[in-house]
Design a protein around this ligand. Sequence first.
Ligand code: TTP
Ligand code: MG
Length: 503
Amino acid sequence: MANSEDEKEEDDTEWKYSFVDSIPLIPAAASDPSLNRTSGPTPAHRVILHFDLDCFYAQVEMIRNPALREVPLGIQQKYIIVTCNYVARDLGVSKLMSVTDAKEKCPQLVLVKGEDLTHYREMSYKLTELLMSYCPLVERLGFDENFVDITKIVERRLAETPESNNFSFKGHVYNHTSAELEAQDHPRLALGSHIAAEIREDIKGKLGLTGCAGIATNKLLAKLVCGTFKPNQQTTLLTENIDDIIGSLSSLRKVPGVGYQTSKRLQALGLASVKDLQLFPLNDLAREFGAPSAQRLKNLALGVDESPVTPTGAPQSLSDEDSFKKISSTKEVLEKTRELLSNLVERMRNDGRQPQTFRLTIRKYSATNKWFNRESRQCPIPNHVGQKIPSESSEDALVLLLPLAMKLFHKMVDSSAAFHLTLLNVCFSNLQTKGAAVSGKGSITSFFTQSTSPGKTQQICSSQIQALPTGFQHTFILYVVCRIPPLRTGVVTAWIIRLAHTA
Ligand code: TTP
Ligand code: MG
């Protein structure tokens, strides 16, 4: 049953990992047979978000081909529609319908094969990575769901909020039409709803994806409330409505955490509804499932979930990107790449792992395909450069990475002709923990750092530059440039561009 998600073991069934598989039994609950909702270490002050993207595979396909947005779209795996867009849902198609039934319901349904998960997986990790830029406590659940524990962010905001503040909720509040009155009594959840809205907006802005969010005091409740209003909406669950939402579940199988096998065993005990489970004696339940699982089931039936948001593990790549109306000169590309790389190197340094591969992605302007017109080139990161990234000399790494980036750029863009870019993305992948990478010798950067100090670099004369090994000259100049304020780099930029171009 228990089978936690492991990124290193990601495979084509990753979306399948369900809540029941991802939550370990809680030993503390086992030793405390009371059913008290406030027992255990869970503070009622936790604020947990659950994100679930709308019609995920279909959204990815609609981003890749915007023409699909307006038509009923089904994603087909073998003979099943694994998901469909909301246009198709309005016409009676539903998830997991057979292709035959779906075509019968909606003859104009457009089908896209969804067996190759590459794009879905890529987008899935991008989402988790984006969430992790808010806070490290992000737990993946399948491809398109994530829990985020934002308690600390909320506490910080609360501390900064003046006492006179009038709290309000963003989005829906479960079982409430007008939530203004409750907001003062639930400042944390109210703030949580604002943070959820900000994050959803960011997901839309950066990845072009819409989704739902649930805001509650634990994972179980956040997941339950998340789907109350779909698509592209969010709902907050107040503690006084926990019984309502649990009571609304039509069967035990609807309780996140109760899988198929468990529900069969409960059925065999004569339990059909959530109410049945709530009332069933714990001791009898323990005889069938053992004390820890029995307590866990009882807790779930009461909306109690003390399990922490357990970070799924570091992503397999880190990237940063920016989109813009127009970049059409190599100088702008260099400046933007430098800015992005600087942030990324900093994040990579905090991460502590050493990337082995660098990828540059660009998006060329296209009037017809605004979102998914991307092109990438990648190259290995020389070990002496990679080693610098998670170290104190990460700035030096930046200097060495810029020419690599520009070289990749020139592979994709003929800069002697006019070009129009709308996005740049820099990415480190193949991340290895310290010691795993081959140790490098003779780092050109260490040569620079030994022979120059930042203050002195601007005084280096051209003969010294020319004395450097061919191919490292441009690197050295970039090293200098990165140490002087951006506004003063203009003069040498043209030179650097030429050097990077020929590298
Ligand atoms: P879901 O989140 O269940 O569905 P969804 O995101 O498509 O739609 P919703 O708006 O209702 O959230 O699953 C996420 C993706 O997982 C889905 O896009 C396709 C894939 N999937 C399968 O491959 N097989 C399945 O049986 C299910 C349910 C989903
Ligand atoms: Mg979804």
